[in-house]
Design a protein around this ligand. Structure first.
Ligand SMILES: [Zn+2]
Length: 189
């Protein structure tokens, strides 16, 4: 699936080259959260190889994506900050983890896709307060959940099997269970 980038505006600073982004991915791989996810992917039987996460230049307006059997791409031309790369890497690793732990996960099933987007949005910290401020969304009460919902809908818009209505219904139906499912973390970081 394909996911929007961390910042609301696309490449306001022009983005990074593939090589620069590859270096930023290497830095991400040394952060505690990414290391923890990598370890848990291994434990779940889905250890990832060196080239599992690749920087590429994207023509679509996305920050990155995960494809079963192919790995994770990070869109270098839509990345500017290390923090953005870290968020996308973590977000996509949650998708990879979900794909690994549930043998019957079906990305064409809107509820399955919604659940993984809810978890990835929540657990990656995509919607932490300071990142929302940077996007110009300032609303205190319930801002985190609203932000996750907004981003779930954005990501699901790229799923040809899920209309906007079907996506919204699926998201609402699985929200409580999936928002509270923080595996492999004890709680949301
Ligand atoms: Zn996603």
């Amino acid at each position: 699936m394909e996911d929007s980038a961390g910042s609301g505006n696309f490449d306001p600073y022009g983005g990074k080259t593939v090589q620069e982004c590859q270096d930023m991915i290497r830095t991400s791989l040394e952060t505690p959260t990414v290391k923890f996810l990598k370890e848990n992917l291994e434990k779940a039987g889905c250890g990832i190889a060196e080239n599992f996460i690749r920087a590429v230049k994207c023509s679509k307006q996305i920050g990155g994506g995960y494809v079963r059997g192919q790995g994770i791409i990070i869109c270098s031309n839509h990345m500017n900050l290390q923090d953005e790369v870290d968020r996308v890497v973590i977000h996509e690793l949650i998708h990879a983890y979900d794909d690994c732990r549930a043998a019957n996960l079906d990305w064409t099933n809107c509820a399955h896709h919604a659940c993984s987007e809810i978890r990835a949005g929540h657990l990656s910290g995509d919607c932490h307060f300071k990142r929302e401020l940077l996007r110009g969304h300032l609303k205190l009460r319930g801002h985190e959940q609203e932000c996750v919902k907004r981003r779930v809908m954005k990501s699901m818009a790229a799923n040809p099997y899920c209309s906007e209505t079907a996506s919204k219904e699926a998201m609402d139906a699985v929200w409580d269970v999936c928002y509270n499912d923080t595996e492999p973390f004890d709680r949301a970081p």
